[in-house]
Design a binder for this molecule. Structure first.
Ligand code: ADP
Ligand code: MG
Length: 257
């Protein structure tokens, strides 16, 4: 496995009682890139994510991360390696402040013994790190607001901050702009681009203007299998992809930019 590839799947397959939801998928995610997984509803995108974090056990195939075969590992072990899925743990506590939410996520990272040593100073150093993360997602000025008071888009930005608190090397984002208005979509799009500067991002995303503007590589899944892979310009012209997206999504594919 070349150094350039941070995540690779080999013939990754998941069957549910004989129904093949993910079928011999060979993914290759290059380090430091944004890789989008797209495809019609039911194509197997979420199942793929669930396999990568071992939330589901593959029926067959292999998952390699950073040169290690992580297929037999537990979800906790995989998370410790830095494969972190956003929104995996329902991460936002609505009645805590924005800052407290990030602090809780940081505390989760610490060895358990540390939790009993909550001196003022240790809490303050967590606050410092939490503020840095809030700065990274442009929420610094909202630090003392209660999470419930945030707009939908900013709540998602907070979720990204709590994910960053877990020191991800590879961030998995499942439909990060789902249900958002244009302004929030644009904010999250820019935010993903920003956090990806020093990490790798694998995202499931339906919004083609987001995919076309930030994804380096796109994998198209259809009925569990890879239909096409490559940069947007190439994939969006692929006749098989256009056919898979017949109807409204086709217009969306061609209408992006
Ligand atoms: N736990 C499950 N048991 C049975 N079938 C499932 C399960 N999870 C997903 N599926 C099926 O697998 C297919 C892929 O689902 P999913 O990965 O959620 O698709 P996507 O995220 O691309 O919309 C769907 O047909 C879905 O009904
Ligand atoms: Mg899904």
């Amino acid at each position: 496995m070349s150094d350039d590839i941070i995540l690779e799947t080999r013939a990754l397959t998941k069957e549910f009682k004989g129904f093949v939801a993910v079928s011999k998928v060979d993914l290759r995610v290059r380090r430091g890139t944004i890789h989008a997984l797209i495809g019609p509803n039911g194509a197997g995108k979420t199942t793929c994510f669930n396999l990568l974090t071992k939330f589901l056990t593959p029926t067959s195939g292999q998952i390699l991360f950073d040169g290690h075969d992580i297929t037999p590992e537990t979800p906790a072990h995989i998370a410790r390696r830095g494969v972190i899925r956003s929104f995996q743990i329902s991460s936002v506590f609505p009645h805590l402040s924005v800052l407290e939410n990030v602090r809780v996520a940081l505390q989760r990272q610490l060895p358990t013994s540390f939790h009993f040593w909550r001196s003022e100073r240790s809490l303050q150093s967590l606050d410092g790190r939490a503020l840095e993360l809030l700065h990274e997602v442009d929420l610094e000025s909202y630090a003392h607001l209660t999470a419930v008071e945030l707009s939908y888009g900013r709540k998602r930005a907070l979720e990204i901050a709590t994910t960053l608190a877990m020191s991800p090397t590879l961030m998995l984002l499942d439909e990060p702009t789902q249900g958002m208005g244009l302004e929030d979509v644009d904010r999250i799009r820019q935010l993903i681009k920003k956090v990806a500067a020093s990490r790798t991002v694998l995202m499931v995303e339906h919004n083609m203007s987001v995919v076309s503007s930030i994804a380096d590589t796109i994998t198209v899944l259809q009925r569990g299998a890879t239909l096409a892979e490559g940069p947007y310009e190439q994939v969006s012209r692929n006749p098989a992809v256009i056919e898979a997206y017949m109807g409204s999504a086709q217009t969306e594919l061609q209408g992006a930019h």
